[in-house]
Design a protein around this ligand. Structure first.
Ligand SMILES: Nc1nc2c(ncn2[C@@H]2O[C@H](COP(=O)(O)OP(=O)(O)OP(=O)(O)O)[C@@H](O)[C@H]2O)c(=O)[nH]1
Ligand SMILES: [Mg+2]
Length: 239
């Protein structure tokens, strides 16, 4: 089994973190580990992560001094996962919107030949449960916008992914300035530009039941202007 690291970014996930780590422990293959990336959550999530890391040898914690958005947290986490020798690097949310039971299917897609597997709500067999109309419209709208301007991916903003090491090594993570969802779009777009094989694996996405969403207007606005900027950069040879 290739060395595998699941990157789990957290900001105020006190109610979810322990349950998520233990659920991952049930499904992860031998040799896999979990890297919690906590941005000094004021609710004490970082201390829970430290306790779990003390108890479970396959759990590690990266403490970041402040919240700078998901994109920065992921870049630091990916860097640490690569430095630890990971061959497969996964990312997922810690709020149970992404089902830990789907992790083996994402890993299998990469083992069957993909370079990047995306958990996808908008391919047959995928979907969202108990999301309000506004969230559904924003998410669908973002995917249609991205499909029109950038790339033939059905679910471009999802954060449930499995990267082969060489993808992360080739897409120049340090130059990604995305903070919010557009980070997900940008990593996939860069992988496609480098001609990596990207596949979408159907997932059922459930709304969180515990804790607060960090979704904001700023995150949506960032995606609206950075998607065309990505296209422009590609057209002018700067990507
Ligand atoms: N380290 C870190 N984690 C973050 C940050 N923002 C969000 N997260 C985590 O990233 C994951 C996704 O964030 P959510 O708050 O669920 O945001 P979302 O999925 O876009 O919104 P909902 O669908 O409403 O849940 C969760 O595990 C969060 O705790 C951040 O700035 N830093
Ligand atoms: Mg969420």
């Amino acid at each position: 089994m290739p060395a595998t690291v699941v990157c789990l970014p957290t900001y105020n996930e006190r109610e979810n973190l322990e349950r998520m780590v233990r659920a991952l422990g049930e499904v992860l293959p031998d040799g896999a580990s979990v890297l919690v990336i906590d941005d000094s959550s004021p609710d004490g999530t970082g201390e829970i992560a430290d306790r779990l890391a003390g108890e479970l040898p396959w759990v590690e914690v990266l403490h970041r001094p402040r919240k700078e958005g998901l994109g920065r947290a992921y870049v630091d986490g990916f860097r640490q996962a690569l430095a630890s020798g990971a061959e497969l690097v996964l990312e997922m949310d810690c709020d149970f919107s992404h089902d830990p039971a789907d992790v083996p299917r994402l890993i299998a897609a990469v083992e069957e030949g993909a370079d990047l597997a995306l958990g996808s709500r908008y391919v047959p067999g995928g979907g969202t449960a108990n999301w309000g109309l506004v969230r559904r419209l924003i998410s669908r709208g973002a995917s249609i916008y991205t499909r029109t301007l950038l790339m033939p991916i059905h679910d471009a903003t999802g954060g449930f992914k499995c990267f082969r090491r060489r993808v992360l090594e080739s897409i120049d993570l340090e130059t990604i300035d995305a903070a919010g969802y557009v980070f997900q779009i940008e990593t996939t777009y860069r992988a496609l530009r480098k001609r990596f094989r990207v596949v979408e694996v159907p997932i059922r996405f459930a709304d969180r039941t515990e804790g607060q969403s960090k979704m904001s207007r700023a995150i949506v606005l960032e995606a609206i202007w950075k998607v065309p900027r990505l296209r422009l950069r590609a057209l002018t040879g700067r990507l």
